[in-house]
Ligand binder design. Structure first.
Ligand SMILES: *[C@@H]1O[C@H](CO)[C@@H](O)[C@H](O)[C@H]1NC(C)=O
Ligand SMILES: *[C@@H]1O[C@H](CO)[C@@H](O)[C@H](O)[C@H]1NC(C)=O
Ligand SMILES: *[C@@H]1O[C@H](CO)[C@@H](O)[C@H](O)[C@H]1NC(C)=O
Length: 324
């Protein structure tokens, strides 16, 4: 976990060189395969040089809570208080008992959500969190992004046609039913952010009968993704990010900010791309024209999230690439 963060003095360049050397010294394809097996930490590419060292910071350490598991597991015992907070996000009519019954069903179909929580001085998992901002265009950061062990993307984010700026690798694709897309790479983890019990029911349905076609909007009835790699964000983690990090600003955290916080909890080095407005001050997705320029970040506190990203960068906890 984050207790072991890499010192960043010239680290980026050195580690890229190191990875290149690793890539070249392995038979073709092997290093890529190693990168794609995130369950077995021993298979992960280690830090190119052994410099995962603790870096304390009072503000950061006071916020970071490593006891809250980011993934929902059969053992996540959501408290009544946390459930009450979560069920208000999208007016879930279900009670806690009904929620727990659905969770039980989920784990009859999907894996238990383990993995990625290993930590220690031997591990150095580098991650790139790629937001959806138009400021990614013309950034030429694709290769840099793909060098990370894990790449996080959100919602509709396409890579085809944008590889030069956004990369092509996706380890976690974070989505909710209303934003869901098919995943083309069988090695990508579908990461569901649930905002209501029906989202978990949708997940089951989307991999089986396809019977749920509507939540508060029409949703995809079926989804193409590797069932064995599905992960679900723990509602308790969403509450923690909102209350502790965002100090209750905005309705609830954006998918992008949740992805960034997930990375902070399961990675040792976090690179952040594609957050914030573009050079014209517009909050738009990199793959579409902005139709309504008054549209900003809706329910989410874009200002507070952006302020936190800048603060994390100033304290050396993330490498922030602001784009253009
Ligand atoms: C971390 O979260 C747990 C569960 O909400 C809480 O009991 C604990 O006090 C928190 N720890 C810190 C250091 O804030
Ligand atoms: C879950 O937590 C409740 C209290 O919040 C407790 O009564 C119950 O025994 C716990 N269940 C498990 C399986 O840990
Ligand atoms: C995807 O990966 C799973 C193992 O996780 C495997 O069983 C399945 O055959 C793969 N599907 C394709 C289309 O490669």
């Amino acid at each position: 976990m984050v207790a072991f963060m890499r010192r960043r003095t010239a680290a980026a360049l050195l580690s890229i060189t190191g990875l290149l050397v690793l890539a070249l010294s392995n038979p073709a394809g092997e290093w890529w395969t190693a990168l794609q097996q995130p369950y077995q930490s021993e298979d992960l590419i280690k830090c190119a040089y052994d410099k995962c060292i603790p870096e304390g910071d009072d503000w950061f350490m006071a916020h970071l809570n490593q006891t809250i598991h980011p993934f929902l597991t059969p053992q996540s015992n959501l408290s009544a208080k946390d459930f009450l907070w979560w069920k208000k996000l999208q007016r879930d009519p279900n009670d806690l008992a009904a929620f727990k019954r659905v969770v039980d069903k989920v784990f009859q179909l999907f894996p238990e959500g383990k993995g990625f929580m290993d930590s220690g001085s031997q591990r150095c998992r580098s991650c790139s969190v790629v937001g959806n901002s138009g400021n990614l265009l013309a950034s030429h950061n694709g290769a840099l992004i793909d060098f990370s062990d894990c790449v996080f993307r959100m919602n509709g984010a396409p890579t085809k046609g944008y590889e030069e700026h956004v990369g092509k690798k996706t380890t976690f694709h974070i989505m909710y039913p209303e934003s869901a897309v098919d995943l083309t790479d069988n090695r990508t983890h579908l990461m569901l952010v649930p905002f209501k019990t029906r989202d978990l029911q949708w997940l089951i349905s989307a991999f089986t009968t396809g019977s749920i076609k509507f939540t508060y909007l029409p949703v995809k009835a079926k989804i193409n993704a590797n069932k064995d790699l599905v992960r679900i964000l723990n509602p308790q983690f969403i509450k923690y990010v909102y209350e502790v990090w965002l100090r209750n600003s905005g309705g609830y955290p954006s998918t992008g900010f949740l992805g960034l916080m997930l990375a902070i909890h399961i990675c040792d080095e976090v690179n952040v791309f594609g957050f914030g407005a573009d050079q014209n001050g517009n909050w738009r997705h990199y793959w579409e024209e902005l139709k309504d320029k008054t549209l900003r970040t809706g329910l989410h506190s874009g200002t507070e999230e952006y302020r936190l990203i800048q603060k994390l960068a100033a304290k050396g906890k993330i490498n922030f690439f602001p784009g253009h």
